[in-house]
Design a protein around this ligand. Structure first.
Ligand code: TXA
Ligand code: MG
Length: 349
């Protein structure tokens, strides 16, 4: 594995590697993606292997030019209503953090879509991602560049730690700007004519509804349609206990209660300087946004969980974000991250 910079010559190398069937991790505006040529089944198979990702979990195909959309998705089968929604959504949100599920073109390998008749497509806004896609084959399949089920990568070092030698190149573009994955919106299911959100993400549900009217939210399920709906996902190695918004500040530290447990805390919004016992645990406290700004909180979310996860703690206590806008997407990930806590309770209590 080799780390590349974002210089023109390095991006040319990254693109050539992709076109040649190698795996290249690169930054997008949401999280780092593990890229492979979307039309190369051998490269796609390596993506599943590297991530230890189940073959039933389809990938997102990334494009940089609108011309490529029709090569990936079969737009001829869409009814006028869906076509209209596709137009307004792409005009408003592309390039950007919105993934659309559409009928698949038959040329797209079944491995990319896990055998489904649909394909997920998005056009990332990150200039490095756009350059790499354009300079390679124009269509790059890329899941988040982490092992399946673990925290998503917001920096090149996270990719290196999670995938190491399983990836051929990592393009280091610094910390990703938005920090949460794209929102996945299914335009094919449309019960009662409505689109379905399969994963909350960096484009808020409110912003989508403002544009196309009410959508159905279908993000947690025992039998997931979209594996982003799995109950345990986005999990740190350390057990995570979740509290209601605003409740964490009144929970005493485990040590203060006489327990031999070192805990870390992830606050949504909190001022550690004014907390009575802040000095004893300040290094183990992270605050997503002191001012309560949802975009700032989203950008810090995985990054701060990575930091806490690296501290060798026994436990992370986290609090919910407010349940609207990007806060709903943060909470969605917190619920899944907290699903590893049962294990902890059995061991420790
Ligand atoms: O922001 C993002 O979306 C990042 C960056 C790299 O673009 N990518 C990402 O990929 O998060 P991944 O593989 O971690 O998540 C893709 C999600 C999964 O929940 C998957 O199940 C869903 O999209 N998905 C993909 N194709 C689908 C399809 N045909 N139908 C339903 N869900 C699909
Ligand atoms: Mg992922």
């Amino acid at each position: 594995m080799e780390i590349l910079s974002v210089s023109d010559s390095d991006l040319n190398r990254a693109a050539a590697a992709l076109a040649g069937g190698l795996l290249v991790a690169f930054p997008t505006e949401t999280v780092y993606g593990l890229g492979a040529d979307a039309f190369n089944p051998g490269a796609l198979a390596r993506v599943f292997e590297a991530k230890k990702r189940p073959r039933f979990d389809p990938l997102i195909v990334h494009i940089a030019d609108m011309d490529f959309l029709a090569k990936i998705a079969d737009l001829t089968t869409l009814n006028a209503d869906t076509r209209q929604r596709l137009t307004v959504l792409t005009e408003r949100f592309w390039p950007g953090p919105l993934t659309l599920v559409l009928p698949k073109q038959k040329e797209v390998p079944g491995l990319a879509t896990a055998g489904l008749a649909t394909v997920a497509v998005r056009s990332p806004s990150h200039p490095v991602a756009q350059k790499i896609i354009r300079l390679s084959t124009g269509a790059v399949a890329a899941p988040s560049a982490n092992s399946f089920g673990s925290l998503s990568p917001t920096r090149a070092v996270h990719v290196k730690a999670s995938l190491g030698e399983k990836v051929d190149y990592i393009v280091d573009g610094g910390k990703t700007e938005l920090g949460l994955e794209s929102t996945v919106l299914d335009l094919t299911a449309c019960p009662n004519g409505q689109a379905v959100i399969l994963r909350l993400g960096a484009t808020s549900m409110e912003a989508i509804e403002e544009l196309i009217g009410p959508v159905v939210l279908s993000v947690v399920s025992d039998k997931p349609i979209s594996p982003g709906q799995l109950k345990s996902h986005y999990a740190p190695r350390v057990p995570l206990i979740l509290y209601k918004h605003g409740e964490l500040a009144s929970i005493p530290d485990a040590r203060a209660e006489g327990k031999e447990v070192s805990e870390g805390r992830l606050y949504f919004s909190f001022n550690p300087e004014t907390a009575p016992d802040a000095s004893t645990r300040a290094d183990r406290i992270r605050v997503l946004s002191k001012s309560g700004d949802l975009s700032e909180a989203a950008a810090n979310f995985f990054d701060m969980l990575h930091e806490l996860d690296a501290l060798g703690l026994d436990l992370i206590r986290a609090e919910e974000a407010p349940a609207y806008g990007l806060g709903a997407a943060i909470n969605d990930r917190l619920y899944r991250a907290a699903s590893n806590v049962k294990e902890y309770m059995e061991i420790k209590t």
